[in-house]
Design a protein around this ligand. Sequence first.
Ligand code: NIG
Ligand code: FE
Length: 406
Amino acid sequence: MSSETTTPSTSLVWRDMTVFDGLETLPESMAVVVSDGHIRQLTPMSRFDTSDLDQYHDMGSGGVMTPGLVDCHTHLVFGGSRADEYEARLEGVSYEEIARRGGGILSTVNATREAREDELYAAARPRLEALMADGVTCVEIKSGYGLDVDNELKMLRVARRLGADLPVRVVTTLLGAHALPPEYRDDSDGYIDLVCDEMIPRAAAEGLADAVDVFCEKIAFSVAQCERVFHAAIKHGLPIKAHAEQLSNLGGTAMAAELGALSADHIEYLDQHGINAMRKSGSVAVILPGAFLTLRETQKPPIAELRAAGVPMAVATDANPGSSPLFMPTLMLNLACTLFQLTPREALSGMTAHAASALGMKEVGRLYEGAPADLCVWDITTPAELAYAVQPGRLRQRLFKGDVNS
Ligand code: NIG
Ligand code: FE
């Protein structure tokens, strides 16, 4: 017989909690017990045994518990700032016109290429900390401002380092096909060759990318070019996703869905054909109200049609220096409801359970017995309040893998 002993770890308990489990608000007031990094009990108060409460560390009572927020679409690692371009757009120059003039994404590319890895890390870390202070426990970070092999890998290394240093899960996405770099100005297919033949194989071999993304748009890459990128990703075992139908309806979403994309993101101009393809593939529709707002877009994503088709919807910040310099996930919950008429429940599922699906992360974004204890406790009385009011300071506790760190 083994004589091994186990050291009992401290169990944490919350009582009288309103719990939103990632999909819905549980009907009864709950007790929640966490130990060894996991949720051990999620029990209605009426059935919770309070006789031996002293075995637990009391974490308080009342308020709303949700899964840790999942921001499934960000561009947090970048050099420079585009405040000047923001001003130009306010004076009437369009996002597309700025891109054609070599500004926009390309101005961030210049600044990102010039920055050393340490500088990019130092700039990105407070952005990520801002998301964490608003409840994020899992974040996706894309490359896409390097646009050559070394600089794309540099961005992904910075993202990995952020995940290693901070109490947050970082999922990395290679977005080599984000814009055409100046050195390939007349050879867009040649650049796609570089993405397929060098960037994706290197990122996969070095374990730097968890997925591959593209920007399928007139100012970026065609459906056929994006399809080539996806085939290369699939060949290297990487899941795929797309920025699609943001500024026009090219059909990138349907193509991506047919290849099994985890998600199609933006999708303001998505048509019924694209929605049907998403429904068939189970791809998640990622709604990005920050970019819609910042670009003063008027075409709304087809929310009612997506809902009717049963396509899961996620909501994310799209935090980036150009189209969405907005680093506040709970603001996105509000905007998704106010601008697009998502219900608060849909918005919150969109930043928890469905956001996790958009990243292919099965184990996060939901609260259930056995789940990792990535969760938030908020000083509010109903989950809807999180979307209703834009009010920093309501995050009472944030747990990452069972550790309280806010
Ligand atoms: O998600 N749509 C393309 N890419 C980013 C914008 C990046 C930028 O403007 O720097 C987006 O909106
Ligand atoms: Fe984006």
